[in-house]
Design a protein around this ligand. Sequence first.
Ligand code: PMP
Ligand code: GLU
Length: 391
Amino acid sequence: MKIDTRLAERLKKIHPSSTLAITSKAKKLKSEGKDIVNFAAGEPDFDTPDFIKEAAIAAITSGFTKYTPTTGTPELKKLICQKFKKDNSLEYAPDQIIVSNGAKHSIYNALMVLLNRSDEALIPLPYWVSYPEMAGLCEASARFIKTTAANNFKISAKDLQKHITTKTKVLILNSPSNPAGSVYSRQELEEIAKICVDKNIFVISDEIYEKITFDGLKHNSIASFNKDIYNLTITVNGLSKSHSMTGWRIGYLGAPSDIANAISNLQDHSTSNPNSIAQKAAVAALSAPEDFTHELCREFAKRRDYLAARLKGIKNLNFSLPQGAFYMFCDISKTGLDSLTFSRRLLEEEYVSLIPGISFGMDDHIRISFATSVEELQKGMDRIEKWITKL
Ligand code: PMP
Ligand code: GLU
């Protein structure tokens, strides 16, 4: 067999996830004793709360270790329905909820059931690294809508309108966003919703950073505005960020019944249910008051402010203050380096690891994660400050 026919065509254009690769490289170097400052992390540095771990241990000891229904246990799905209602003014029945192996899996499932080969997914740029790759795995194409710092890296309804073609099937929205920390206002989302309804475009609303917003900003769920946009939206969320549970792999979505049914069939034949023990842990997480999540958010706000104060003092780095999530997206164009060179040299010369903007479609930016302690932020910023003046 010829080398180039061994793999399916759909895999040939897929790249590894640079965010995952760089994060694990930084962790490995650290475990080998290198004094690495890790600004690459895409996960909260907090431990999963004990009461959640205890629920998982109880699940194991009581023998809750078998298959569950593919789309999640009735107990968990009921809590997810209640969460959607309470936090997002969204009415989903349990059979409209699919629990999967992380929000990443939920988004992939949603794209898989919506996109045909020649369809286009509209993706605001900068984008989370996996969106275009997932569209590629569906043999569809990604069409990017460029944004700028002047509009906090958000698309407007006008931008959206300009990019719609006869092939457009889906818009992927992410608020609060990774990597720019943008949070869409209710009015901005309403204008976007109107166009999607007019043009019959589905929305995948990735709300995984919902709970991490700053300065009193409130998250809005686009599907909650009216029945028309509800019928076109798949609302994605999960516990990775809000409960510091990235490794447990629990994400979920709420969708119109026909889409939820299709995803249930897909999951039946691909992964079956998400881990039974992690589902019990998720039940504990969603049943408890949100003290942990509020504390996490307050801590991230403090770190954001510290990082912003430090960055203000560095001449060749520009940034916009993130409104949510835990990343600072910085413009490095004044350094004259592209983002890969910048991040490679910073790692090799100063042992600071971060994500090059090219991973998110912007080669003149870098992403600094502040999911790390203020002491680490201080150490890393001292190194960056010194290094930049030498460039
Ligand atoms: N969406 C965005 C924007 C993310 O940053 C992440 C984090 N990896 C995810 C989805 C997926 O989260 P998970 O699969 O861990 O639930
Ligand atoms: N979302 C995180 C990040 O952007 C985790 C890595 C990933 O899932 O790609 O760094």
